[in-house]
Design a protein around this ligand. Structure first.
Ligand code: CDP
Ligand code: CDP
Length: 222
């Protein structure tokens, strides 16, 4: 059994996890796991099928029957590309409500671990380093201050033609991050074997450079 390197990036909403993880995986030629997309996909499927976020059994049933094709690029539900649809704030909101169910998290556990393949994996989410890949090669807690994260999300939404005030986004992100940090099942937390990377004031290239530098320093054989 050969050791497969894993870099985990956990952190609050709009800290840049997805963007950075994708670019780092490309730079290293590694696979990429967007675990948030998995929760968002279950959320979207449940919403479309009229399942209430409070209905734990209903939500777990949806996840169990979900045929997730998790190709690196497009994310499909019932054969339709929903890569953009799952990014809606409403979907993130619903995802964070159902993410509290430990039965759902157990249901999704192996599907995530299965993606750990040579030459390596970069995984982003909330519990990548703490629960899914506890023996990861490098664990990073990626963050930025609340205002900057809200501004980043605002710009991202505006580019898609979606209007939302920064003040509203600050409140929405805060509520979601609190729920994700305070829940009992796999909460978002900075563990002691995790490196803090505060990206406030750093651009994407700078953050990618820092992560690659940390990985090179981690003693991995590359
Ligand atoms: O995955 P997560 O919600 O943590 O964040 P993301 O969707 O990757 O990033 C949110 C937005 O911030 C994207 O539009 C990124 O391009 C932007 N970003 C940035 O401006 N500066 C960074 N250092 C990282 C991300
Ligand atoms: O892009 P953003 O950081 O806003 O969210 P995301 O990573 O797409 O995740 C959406 C929601 O799924 C989060 O608010 C979490 O509640 C949940 N999630 C989780 O519980 N565990 C993960 N590993 C990833 C996401």
């Amino acid at each position: 059994n050969q050791y497969v390197p894993v870099i985990t990036l956990d952190g609050p909403s709009a800290s840049g996890k997805g963007t950075i993880a994708r670019l780092v995986s490309q730079a290293l030629g590694f696979h990429y796991l967007d675990s948030g997309a998995l929760y968002r996909l279950v959320a979207l499927a449940a919403m479309k099928r009229g399942v209430d976020a409070g209905d734990e059994q209903g939500v777990v049933g949806i996840a169990r029957s979900l045929d997730v094709s998790f190709a690196d690029s497009s994310i499909r539900l019932d054969g339709i590309d929903v890569s953009d649809e799952i990014r809606a704030e409403a979907c993130g909101e619903y995802a964070s409500k159902i993410a509290q169910y430990s039965a759902l998290r157990v249901e999704l556990l192996e599907r995530q671990r299965d993606l750990r393949k040579l030459p390596g994996l970069v995984a982003d989410g909330r519990d990548m380093g703490s629960v899914i890949f506890p023996d990861a090669t490098l664990k990073i807690y990626l963050t930025a201050n609340e205002e900057e994260r809200a501004r980043r999300r605002h710009k991202q939404l505006m580019e898609k033609g979606i209007n939302a005030s920064i003040a509203h986004l600050v409140l929405a992100l805060r509520e979601r991050d609190e729920r994700d940090s305070k829940r009992v099942a796999s909460p978002l937390q900075q563990c002691e074997d995790t490196r803090l990377l505060d990206t406030t004031g750093l651009n994407i290239d700078q953050v990618v450079g820092k992560v690659l530098g940390m990985y090179a320093d981690s003693g991995s054989i590359e």
